[in-house]
Design a protein around this ligand. Structure first.
Ligand code: PEP
Ligand code: MG
Length: 583
């Protein structure tokens, strides 16, 4: 019987292959009471399993592909450190001796205790740490129970690509799996912002997450189709349906190859309007991806990723080296560095937030203004790097116009310090602001007078305008980019920029959604910044668009309450876009 399970697409593509169901996390742990004379043997067995886990992680570490983001490699180091921590290396031994129980049971008791502690903290960063504990414990348990940590058969079955089905996958597991023949991954847990999702995207492995009870429905060796374009896992398909997906897979591959031809073509509309397409990057390693698609520089460098997965923030010197390296590698294209946007789901000191609603609390520029010892080194590092290439400063989460002179004042005093120290910087460096809070969008005209450029952060702008937490999957459906309130705010910001004669770009995920490209062009957006993977598809839409015609088709609908008509007209426009470049 055909079965279709819905899932969230975190890395696009179509994959067809046999299932390898990974029983990771599904081990049945039973308690045994041991006779006194066996206790020390059990302790030795546990120590041996710890050693084996350590060796496995070192092997994974050595196999990490060169282009893997640095924070993924850091995860494996975190797991190695956890193995050394008394909580996992000695407390289970105490439990074995005290309870006279088997090593598996002791480890399970300790895992439950640790997870409880993490759960009580209710902090999103620490939730990730809890997942780490679970991943490390599972690794040791599999060794103790002589289970392969990786799906059996993958090692020997290199010729046939496999679709890995699991409850959850650690980034380190994915690194390991990547060395074998993996067609796609499908997991029950996870979200688009997890490190496994980031890694799947960077490795180009189609991935679906959040597929409910997937490991219960799918059996080993079953033929599966992962439709990571439309968000579905399919099984039990007949020959006709399989043929349909094979064709779809071929046409997707062809479309991707064809898109590559657009790399050196200009982003210009049919009516000759030039559009700027920049890339969003998180790590300086992402520069290779942006080069592959020929982006016009970086429109958003999320620097907070530099501050994560470490015990103390990077100092001015370390930041300066990273920013200088990045701007130099851009070879003359501009680099827009966003100052620290920490807080909410991006904590620098895990568990430091005491706010009951961190998304509305002391985060981002608010935190930087309150903690100059955090902000000052970053400003100085960015200024110093500006001597090595075109660089712009972008301030996140501005809410009230009074914040602007405070930030500009700090930048001026950093400049004065550098002048005294005879350190070089670009005295004309442009300073822009992110418009991602509704109050700032409404007052965009004031911000536009004080700043050199604006950038619309639609992820937070939607979160705050629609009162919808962006990391809460239960309200995901309320994130509607066609919401009239959201569109009116975007339009206000664009108009404010035009009136003040300053550029306005968009760097939220909306800018990288090709289905929204006609709408954004009709609204008057001319500068887009997006994940490199979306850039060529957006460029294709731009080259098939006529801005004057789009304004006629969509103009009135953009400001009316008729969302249905807007959505249907947009779908019609998108349907008429040619999928392939060549006839
Ligand atoms: C945004 O909010 O749209 C944005 C680009 O910033 P971030 O996603 O990092 O919050
Ligand atoms: Mg934001």
């Amino acid at each position: 019987m055909p079965l279709s399970l819905p899932g969230i697409v975190v890395s696009k593509g179509i994959a067809i292959g046999k299932a390898r169901v990974q029983q990771h996390g599904q081990l049945d742990i039973v308690e045994y009471v041991l006779p006194e004379e066996y206790i020390e043997d059990e302790v030795a067995r546990f120590r041996h399993a710890l050693d084996a886990a350590r060796k496995q992680l070192h092997t994974i570490r050595a196999q990490i592909p060169g282009n893997t983001p640095r924070d993924i490699a850091a995860f494996i180091d975190t797991h190695l450190l956890m193995l050394e921590d008394a909580a996992l290396s000695t407390v289970p031994i105490d439990i074995i001796r005290e309870h006279r129980c088997n090593a598996e049971w002791a480890l399970k008791l300790q895992q439950d205790a640790l997870v409880q502690v993490f759960d009580a903290m209710e902090d999103s960063y620490l939730r990730t740490r809890r997942d780490d504990v679970e991943h490390v414990v599972q690794r040791i348990l599999h060794i103790l129970m002589h289970e392969d940590h990786l799906p059996s058969g993958i090692e020997s079955d290199r010729a046939e690509p496999r679709i890995v089905v699991a409850v959850d996958l650690a980034p380190s597991d994915l690194v390991m799996l990547h060395n074998h023949n993996i067609a796609a991954i499908v997991t029950e847990r996870g979200g688009p912002l997890s490190h496994t999702a980031i890694l799947a995207r960077s490795l180009g492995i189609p991935a679906l997450v959040g597929v409910p009870h997937v490991h219960q429905y799918i059996r080993n060796d079953e033929l599966l189709v992962v439709d990571a374009e439309n968000g579905a896992l399919l099984t039990g398909l007949d020959a006709r349906a399989l043929d349909f997906y094979r064709r779809l897979q071929r046409s997707e591959r062809r479309a991707r190859r064809e898109l590559q031809q657009l790399k050196s073509e200009p982003a210009v509309t049919l009516d000759k309007v030039d559009i700027t397409l920049r890339a969003n990057i998180e790590l300086s390693e992402d520069l290779s991806a942006m080069r592959r698609v020929g982006a016009d520089g970086v429109g958003l460098y999320r620097t907070e990723f530099l501050f994560m997965n470490r015990d103390s923030p990077p100092d001015e010197e370390e930041q300066f080296r990273v920013y200088r390296h990045t701007v130099k590698r851009l070879g003359g294209a501009s680099l827009t560095i966003r100052t620290l946007d920490l807080g909410a789901d991006k904590e620098i000191v895990p568990g430091s937030s005491t706010s009951t609603n961190p998304a509305l609390g002391l985060r981002s520029i608010r935190l930087c203004l309150q903690e100059p010892e955090l902000f000052r080194p970053q400003l100085r590092a960015i200024l110093r790097a500006s001597a090595f290439g075109p660089l712009r400063i972008l301030i996140p989460m501005l809410t009230t116009p009074e914040e602007v002179p405070q930030v500009l004042g700090l930048i001026e005093s950093a400049k004065a310090e550098l002048r005294r120290e005879k350190k070089r910087f670009d005295p004309e460096i442009m300073v822009g602001g992110m418009i991602e809070v509704p109050a700032a969008a409404i007052c965009a005209d004031i911000f536009a007078r004080e700043l050199d450029f604006l950038s619309i952060g639609t992820n937070d702008l939607m979160q705050y305008t629609l009162a919808t937490d962006r990391i809460d999957e239960t309200v995901n459906h309320l994130f509607d980019p066609l919401n009239i309130g959201v569109l009116r705010l975007i339009a206000m910001v664009l108009q404010a920029g035009q009136a003040a004669g300053i550029p306005v770009s968009m760097c939220g995920e909306m800018a990288g959604d090709p289905a929204l490209t006609p709408l954004l062009l009709a609204l008057g957006l001319r500068e887009f910044s997006m994940p490199p993977a979306s850039l060529l598809e957006v460029k294709r839409r731009i080259r098939q668009s006529d801005t004057a015609k789009l304004k006629r088709q969509l103009g009135k609908l953009l400001y009316s309450e008729n969302v249905l008509e807007l959505s249907e007209t947009l779908s019609d426009i998108n349907r008429n876009h040619k999928k392939f470049i060549a006839p």
